[in-house]
Design a protein around this ligand. Structure first.
Ligand SMILES: *Cc1c(COP(=O)(O)O)cnc(C)c1O
Length: 391
C-alpha cells in the first residue's frame, strides 16, 4: 500500500535510542537541551522549548500569553482540531475564520478583520500543507489591533520564516509530520520572558528539574505557579537530533515529488484544482488537491484504494465536528466547507519516487474519467470558437 505519509526510521534512530538506554538517564536531560539548541539553530532562532506535543505547545503559548475566559481567538477551521482546542483549554472562545479560496486555502485576512471584536486577543495562523503564510499583512493586522500572533507550525518544520512571524509558534513531531519523535513538539518565541514562562509551565512550574537536582548540592525546589507536565524525554530528543539532521534533504525530496505531481496532474487531470502558487515557499507537508464538484469523492477514494494507494482528507472542518457544532451551531464558512467537501490528500513522503507519483496520477485520471472530461472540454471549446466565428 502506498501510504499518504510514512516516517523514515532506521539504524541511526535505533543506535541513538540504544545510546540513551545505555546512558542510564531517559527523562529530560542533556539531549533535550541539545535538541532544543539544534532545532532553534535550524530555524534561525535563539532558543527553543521542547514539549510533549504541538498541542501541548499551543496550550502553553495560550497560557503564557494570559489568554483566558472572555477572550476571543481567531482560528481557521481548515486545520486539525488541536488548533481550536488549545483556545478552549484556557477558557477562551475560538472564533472560526474562513479560508481565501480553494486555490489559496489559508486563513482569510478579510474574514478575520470582519470577525474582530473588542474581546479579540489573538489570531492563530496555520501554514496549511507546509505553505508559508504571508508574514507582513498579518503582522500589520495584529499590530494595528493589538493582537497576539500565534503560529500553529505543525506542518512547517524546516520552513524558512516559520516560527518567527508572530509572538510564538508550536511545531509538531507526530509520526506523520515532516520529521518525527513519535510524539513531541517545540515552541519557538523571540520573546525571552515568554520563552521562560513556557519553559517553566512545561514542568509543573518547578524552579529546578530532576536532572539539575542530580548534579546540584541542594535537593530543594519551589513551585511558583500552576503548571503542567508537557516535557519531552531523552529518547525522543535522541530521535529528534537524528531526524533534524535529515530534514532539509527530506524536504527537498518532497518538493521534487510535489512539483512532479503538479506537472502530471496538469497534463492528465485538468479538472482538478491544485491549491497554492508554486512560488509560495513550502515544505510540502501534504499534497492536497480539489476534485471537481461533480465528482464522487468516495468513488475516487475506493478506486485508488483498490490500486493500493491510500488517500485522506485534510481536513473535516473543525466547526462541523460534532463537538464544535454542539458548542457553535451557527458557524458558516462557505470556502472552508467547499474545500473540505472536495479535497483529497494524495500520498507524499520522501520514500516515494517519481514513478509513484505517475502511478497515483494515472489512477486518479482513471477514477475521474478524465479522458471523457478532456474530450468534453475540447468539444465545448471547439463549439465556443465556432460560435465566435459564426457570431
Ligand atoms: C498534527 C497537528 C497538530 C497536533 O500536533 P501534535 O504534536 O500531535 O499535538 C496541530 N495542528 C496541526 C495543523 C497539525 O497538523
Amino acid at each position: 500500500m502506498l501510504l499518504v505519509s510514512e516516517p523514515i526510521l532506521g539504524s541511526e534512530e535505533k543506535a541513538a535510542l540504544a545510546d540513551v538506554i545505555d546512558s542510564g538517564w531517559i527523562t529530560m536531560g542533556e539531549r533535550v537541551s541539545r535538541f532544543e539548541q539544534a532545532f532553534a539553530e535550524a530555524h534561525a532562532a535563539e532558543d527553543a522549548v521542547s514539549v510533549s506535543s504541538c498541542t501541548a505547545g499551543l496550550h502553553l503559548i495560550m497560557h503564557a500569553l494570559g489568554i483566558g475566559p472572555g477572550d476571543e481567538v481567531l482560528v481557521p477551521a481548515l486545520t486539525f482540531v488541536a488548533t481550536a482546542n488549545s483556545v478552549l483549554y484556557v477558557g477562551g472562545t475560538p472564533v472560526f475564520v474562513d479560508i481565501h479560496s480553494s486555490a489559496l486555502p489559508l486563513i482569510s485576512i478579510e474574514d478575520a478583520a470582519g470577525k474582530c471584536t473588542p474581546r479579540t486577543k489573538a489570531v492563530v495562523l496555520v501554514h496549511f500543507a507546509g505553505y508559508l503564510i504571508d508574514p507582513e499583512p498579518w503582522q500589520a493586522f495584529a499590530r494595528e489591533r493589538g493582537l497576539f500572533l500565534i503560529e500553529d507550525a505543525a506542518h512547517a518544520a524546516g520552513l524558512g520564516g516559520a516560527g518567527a512571524i508572530g509572538d510564538a509558534a508550536a511545531f509538531s513531531f507526530y509520526g506523520n509530520k515532516n520529521m518525527t519523535t513519535a510524539e513531541g513538539g517545540v515552541v519557538l518565541t523571540r520573546d525571552a520572558s515568554l520563552r521562560e514562562a513556557v519553559r517553566r509551565a512545561r514542568g509543573h512550574g518547578l524552579t529546578t528539574g530532576t536532572f539539575q537536582r542530580r548534579s546540584s548540592r541542594t535537593p530543594i525546589y519551589d513551585v511558583t505557579m500552576l503548571g503542567f507536565n508537557y516535557r519531552l524525554d531523552e529518547l525522543r530528543a535522541a530521535l529528534g537530533l537524528v531526524q533534524l539532521g535529515h530534514l532539509s534533504e527530506w524536504n527537498a525530496k518532497r518538493k521534487v515529488l510535489a512539483d512532479h505531481y503538479r506537472t502530471c496532474l496538469g497534463e492528465s487531470c485538468p479538472s482538478i484544482v491544485i491549491p497554492f502558487d508554486v512560488r509560495r515557499p513550502s515544505v510540502h507537508h501534504i499534497m492536497p488537491v480539489v476534485l471537481p464538484a461533480s465528482s464522487d469523492r468516495q468513488a475516487v477514494i475506493d478506486h485508488l484504494r483498490a490500486e493500493e494507494m491510500q488517500t485522506t482528507i485534510h481536513y473535516p472542518a473543525t466547526h462541523r465536528l460534532s463537538f464544535y457544532r454542539s458548542l457553535y451551531p451557527d458557524v458558516k464558512l462557505p470556502q472552508t466547507e467547499a474545500f473540505s467537501d472536495h479535497e483529497l490528500t494524495l500520498p507524499l513522503h520522501p520514500r516515494m519516487e517519481l514513478d509513484d507519483v505517475e502511478r497515483v496520477v494515472l489512477a486518479l485520471a482513471e477514477a475521474l474519467g478524465e479522458e471523457r472530461v478532456t474530450q468534453a472540454a475540447f468539444i465545448a471549446q471547439t463549439t465556443h470558437s465556432i460560435d465566435l466565428v459564426s457570431g
